[in-house]
Design a protein around this ligand. Structure first.
Ligand code: URA
Length: 207
């Protein structure tokens, strides 16, 4: 299932994020704000249970989250740029990391780092990476989580290319994908067009 988050605040902030004139500090802040809103989308269907509480005036039936707890999985390094916004919304979530590089010959992702919480099987896993470009890394990250025992997986990005969306959903039709926009295409250098450029470089000011 694919969900495009179209809240006006997301659209407004995404336009500023895309703008080449947006400086690094603003880019970082906007990415954090957008990711908080994306976390809101990603947690929309979490199950609730009834609980009786006492207000200062009387007892009442309230609701609280039930079922599996959350875990965010950041795909290094750009995933870290949208992690803090999500943690702002769900501070008690656990965090895992996965690092992948592209093999220069096969152009396929190779895992070089993985650290997941031990109880990953019992958690809803939200994989975060701002750009779903070819989809190879995203599909590999999801596969790695499944191999580690994860059962409920949601992939969250800021921008997706149609090619990446197809690759990820074909490889893992059982997961949910949430994005702010599906752009026109991937160019010959693997950049999403019109896109926002290199998310890692813009987040960390490395270019
Ligand atoms: N990664 C990025 O940071 N930007 C793109 O456009 C594609 C992949």
């Amino acid at each position: 299932m694919v969900r495009v988050a179209t809240h006006p605040l997301i659209r407004h902030k995404l336009t500023r994020l895309r703008d080449v004139a947006t400086p690094t500090a603003d880019f970082r802040r906007l990415a954090r704000e957008i990711s908080l809103l994306l976390a809101y989308e990603a947690t929309r269907d979490l199950p609730l249970e009834s609980v009786e509480i006492s207000t200062p005036l009387e007892t009442m039936e309230g609701q609280r989250l039930s079922g599996k707890k959350l875990c965010f999985i950041s795909v290094l390094r750009a995933g870290n740029g949208i992690l803090d916004g999500m943690l702002d919304l769900v501070p008690s979530a656990r965090v895992g990391h996965i690092g992948l590089y592209r093999d220069p010959e096969t152009l396929r992702p190779v895992e070089y780092y993985r650290k997941f919480p031990e109880d990953i099987k019992n958690r809803v896993c939200i994989v975060v990476d701002p750009m779903l470009a070819t989809g190879y890394s995203a599909a590999a990250a999801v596969q790695s989580l499944k191999t580690a025992g994860a059962e409920k997986i949601i992939f969250v990005c800021i921008l997706a290319a149609p090619e990446g969306m197809l690759c990820l959903t074909e490889a893992h039709p059982d997961i949910e994908v949430i994005t702010c926009a599906i752009d026109r295409e991937l160019d010959d250098h693997g950049y999403i067009r019109p896109g926002l450029g290199d998310a890692g470089d813009r987040l960390f000011g490395t270019r």
